[in-house]
Design a binder for this molecule. Structure first.
Ligand code: TRP
Length: 454
């Protein structure tokens, strides 16, 4: 089969920008604004940030490039695509299970992501009605606690979040979304800058800055190392075949590396800005950096309750957060949808509805783990925490490890060289990182962090 003639049955992106926008839309989401700030706080700040940046640069970025490359080469959904590539490179057919693991991981992630997306939606309503006005940290903490304790309210917003996700999924992820992301990303950037500006006015910006960028390695635990690695995968949406699926719709002529670097830069900037917006408020109000998943919901509303035009700014912030979550949530079951369409001949509508319903049902367990079931723990974690840990910190890095191995140990050098179109020098850098540094890094972190050696 001639390589250049292979075209995805799901269509192609209209331009290089379409891929960049879809991939940035998938990458920038709750991971940047909700998760990154709170896991940073749980893991002691600066040293964690350094470690996270190192993981992004040395492990996640090379694997991002490898994943796009596999997708564009295969022009198929991850399951089918891995099967085709394995055959082409005379590797074991079992490589298709890498695609399967991604399908499962995406489904599991969507189930709880939708719950948190619901939180952002609920806070749009609170911001709009001026509920934050004049409240201090303690009052906002109890507002959040009360919200979390109400399963019916969480269920309502989770259902709404899943519904709007499915609406886009069944219509095809590429329809109409480009225009939307073009506006969303700059808007998000501007509002974060505005909030960083507010942070400066609190007089605690320097403290926040040094908290984030002065590493104190004594604060790191084995667990922090695993979390930093896992988050570098989660935030870029890699390791589960989504970027492979999006890459499979990418035109031949586009530079994979340039687009990948753009997405990584945008994603990292937004995450760091979110930290710089939240932490001055944390320190100015004597709040706890390790507050956990409620962090953004308990801190920024203090600012919205005090600043001029706070109702407007707060509403805009949570609305943008919802939209950013939305352009991510629609991506998570894309590998599964593409697979069912390709292999089972289902329509997008049928695949989207069944997968969405399944993820919605499973999401109810996450909803309950914040209230009725919050005492019920396995390995010291609630259901939500366990699901988040297993998917982000185990499944995604494992998927990434296998992608790196396939792309640089199984695939012939000529194939990847041709597909990437890099100068020999840059190619050598990518290859060394993907072939040695990233896999070794992942294995070492797994062995050390998960205590595999006892
Ligand atoms: N990257 C997104 C975020 O930071 C989450 C996300 C979207 C994701 N698609 C994914 C994570 C696929 C893992 C796999 O919010």
């Amino acid at each position: 089969m001639s390589q250049t003639k292979r075209i995805s049955i799901h269509g192609q992106w209209s331009s290089r920008w379409a891929f960049i926008l879809a991939a940035t839309g998938a990458a920038v989401g709750l991971g940047n604004i909700w998760k990154f700030p709170y896991i940073m706080g749980q893991n002691g700040g600066g040293a964690f940030v350094m470690l996270y940046l190192a993981c992004i640069l040395l492990v996640a970025t090379p694997i991002f490039i490898a994943e796009v490359m596999l997708g564009r080469r295969a022009r198929r959904s991850p399951v089918q695509g891995m099967a085709v590539l394995a055959e082409e490179e005379s590797a074991a057919p079992a490589w298709k299970y890498l695609g399967w693991m991604g399908v499962v991981a995406g489904f599991l992630i969507l189930s709880y992501y939708s719950v948190i997306m619901g939180w952002a939606m609920a806070y749009v309503e609170r911001a709009m009605t001026g509920s934050f006005h004049g409240l201090d940290g303690a009052a906002l903490k109890s507002m959040f606690e009360a919200f979390k304790a109400d399963p019916m309210e969480l269920l309502f917003w989770h259902s709404l979040a899943m519904l709007i996700t499915m609406l886009v999924v069944v219509r095809g992820v590429r329809a109409g979304l480009e225009a939307f992301t073009v506006l969303l990303m700059p808007a998000l950037f501007v509002i974060l800058l505005l909030l960083v500006g507010y942070g400066m006015s609190t007089g605690h910006f320097v403290e926040a800055f040094s908290y984030m960028f002065t590493p104190d390695f004594s604060k790191l635990t084995a667990n922090s190392v695993v979390v930093a690695l896992g988050h570098s995968f989660f935030t870029l949406s890699i390791g589960m075949g989504l970027i492979m699926a999006y890459g499979s719709y990418m035109p031949e002529k586009v530079s994979i590396t340039q687009t990948a670097l753009f997405v990584v830069a945008a994603d990292t900037t937004i995450a760091l800005l979110a930290g710089l917006a939240i932490y001055p408020v944390v320190f100015a109000n004597g709040l706890e950096p390790a507050a956990g998943p409620g962090l953004v919901f308990q801190t920024l509303p203090i600012a919205f309750g005090q600043m001029p035009l706070g109702v407007l700014v707060g509403t805009l912030f949570f609305a943008l957060l919802t939209l950013a979550a939305w352009t991510s949530s629609i991506s998570m079951i894309e590998p599964a949808v593409a697979h069912l369409v390709e292999k089972r001949g289902w329509t997008r509508v049928k695949a989207g509805i069944w997968l969405g319903l399944g993820a919605w049902l499973l999401g109810i367990a996450s909803v309950l783990s914040f209230n009725y079931w919050n005492e019920f723990k396995m390995f010291g974690k609630t259901f939500f925490e366990l699901l988040d840990f297993t998917t982000s910190n185990i499944m995604l890095p494992l998927g990434g490890l296998l992608i790196a191995i396939f792309a640089t140990w199984m695939m012939r050098r000529e194939t990847s060289f041709a597909e990437l179109g890099l100068s020999p020098r840059m190619y050598a850098v990518w290859r060394a990182l993907t072939r040695y540094v990233a896999p070794l890094g992942i294995v070492i972190i797994f062995v050390y962090g998960l205590g595999l050696l006892g």
